[in-house]
Design a protein around this ligand. Structure first.
Ligand SMILES: NC(=O)c1ccc[n+]([C@@H]2O[C@H](COP(=O)([O-])OP(=O)(O)OC[C@H]3O[C@@H](n4cnc5c(N)ncnc54)[C@H](OP(=O)(O)O)[C@@H]3O)[C@@H](O)[C@H]2O)c1
Length: 252
């Protein structure tokens, strides 16, 4: 097993990629704290993995809150004795608006979940790693939208910020043996579209030709496989990387 005796916190675990990451990590022997707002979904996930070699504990909460980010890291340490891995996966879309139509409300909402949450979680995690001398691993889930314009202004800005936070954290803590990497998924079949609402027609019209260049969508399991590699000791010399998992979309 590739994560035996490792303790992980995974956000956005109630659906899509986060759900698949918790499943794979638990099957690879990890003790996992599963975080999202929908408690019943987390409990169903934990119950479905009762026979897995690892263990799943649930921590319901909204990751745009400082208390939840700090609480989930403290909970992992209290529940399982340490922390080795943080996966900042939870995220929401904007409505594909160009900057001229981008609202302050949408900015605050998307930045709180896609940028502030990961920042607060990374802060708590690196301080926990340093307190215990753990050579921890952080995996952030950004997007190809942080590298090219395939969503609205606010979403793309939020994911570019997360890529920047990844590289900065990788560099700042490399002497401590703490690794921070990032996955940039392309189009993946999940529930993400439900966070978009009605797309802005002008923005969607500009983005449609970019979406038309994408290959067939990938699966949440394909993202989980990348997260497993980056989180595990197999990636011991990978730090500050941005790994597109997009079927070649941004290669074009
Ligand atoms: N699907 C794609 O094509 C795609 C492409 C590129 C990047 N991504 C990124 O991949 C990540 C995972 O998304 P997904 O596609 O798997 O979407 P998803 O199926 O909608 O899952 C999103 C997860 O985030 C959680 N979440 C959302 N807001 C939250 C909050 N305030 N507090 C705590 N948890 C919250 C949701 O749980 P609750 O609602 O229960 O809180 C859910 O578990 C996101 O960061 C997304 O931006 C997705």
């Amino acid at each position: 097993m590739r994560l035996e005796n490792k303790v992980a916190v995974v956000t956005g675990a109630s659906s899509g990629m986060g759900h698949a990451i918790v499943e794979l990590f638990a099957r690879e022997g990890a003790k996992v704290v599963a975080v999202a707002r929908r408690k019943e979904r987390l409990e169903e996930l934990a119950a479905s993995l009762a026979d897995a070699p690892g263990e799943v504990a649930v921590y319901p909460g909204d990751i745009s809150s400082r208390e939840v980010n700090e609480g989930m890291i403290d909970f992992a340490v209290k529940q399982f004795g340490t922390l080795d891995i943080l996966v900042n996966n939870a995220g929401i879309m904007d409505d594909m608006s160009p900057v001229g139509d981008a609202t302050d409300e949408k900015y605050e909402q998307v930045m709180a979940v896609n940028v502030y949450g990961p920042l607060a979680a990374m802060r708590a995690a690196v301080n926990a790693f340093k307190a215990s001398g753990t050579k921890g691993s952080i995996v952030n889930v950004a997007s190809v939208g942080g590298m090219r314009s395939c969503a609205g202004a606010i979403y793309c800005a939020s994911k570019a910020a997360l890529i920047s936070l990844t590289k900065n954290t990788a560099y700042m803590y490399m002497a401590d043996g703490i690794r921070t990497n990032c996955i940039a998924p392309g189009g993946i079949v999940t529930e993400i579209a439900t966070s978009m609402g009605v797309p802005n027609p002008a923005g969607y019209g500009r983005i449609k030709p970019v979406l038309d260049c994408a290959p067939a969508p990938g699966s949440a399991e394909e993202i989980a496989a990348a997260a497993l590699f980056l989180a595990s000791d197999e990636a011991s010399y990978v730090n500050g990387a941005v790994l597109p998992v997009d079927g070649g979309w941004i290669a074009g």
